[in-house]
Write a protein that binds this ligand. Sequence first.
Ligand SMILES: Cc1cc2nc3c(=O)[nH]c(=O)nc-3n(C[C@H](O)[C@H](O)[C@H](O)COP(=O)(O)O)c2cc1C
Length: 193
Amino acid sequence: MLKDLVLANRSCRGYDYSRKVTRDELLEMIDITRHAAAGVNMQPLKYYLIYDDEKADLITSMVKFGANLPELGLPFKGTEPPAYIIMCHDKEVNPAVDFFRCDIGICAQTITLAATEMGLAGCMIGNYNKDKVSEALGLDERFSVELIISIGKSIEEVKIVDLEEGQSHKYYRDENGIHCVPKRKLEDIIIND
Ligand SMILES: Cc1cc2nc3c(=O)[nH]c(=O)nc-3n(C[C@H](O)[C@H](O)[C@H](O)COP(=O)(O)O)c2cc1C
């Protein structure tokens, strides 16, 4: 069921590094997301696939995981992501990067849902320096790096908890190390009767 898949699709910041992700697996995720809705059907998003240790480690050194839990220094050593998808906007398709921001979200969610269905997990990452990532990958300036998604086999335990009105929205780890993600309740997000 779609709801089960969405509930299972949690941001992951700890991976089985020995479980490599293949180019074919990443291609399957992109093949699914390329069918998603797209503003004016322009489809300016293109993808740089990373599935070798050297490049994956390089990206790991350039992104920040778990800003709400800085004391943990996630990912823990040895649990780094073995793969990444670098989502880029091709300005030669259309230069209006801001106009297509919704496309990025739609495609990113579709990719992580696909990963979850494949028994893998992902984390969308917006916390990185665009220019440095672009330079490290030798990307042509027509490509603007819009979002990075880590991919791999999760070793984390994650649960959703109700976010009561007035409580903190910040995710946290409980006394057993379980990653808890507060989500607003249904009745709190419907505006009208
Ligand atoms: C646009 C966007 C950017 C994000 N950037 C980061 C990031 O830089 N680092 C990180 O660890 N998580 C990042 N996340 C993941 C969120 O922290 C995560 O979605 C949130 O804590 C809720 O957890 P959930 O995805 O399991 O529902 C990002 C999520 C989105 C949608």
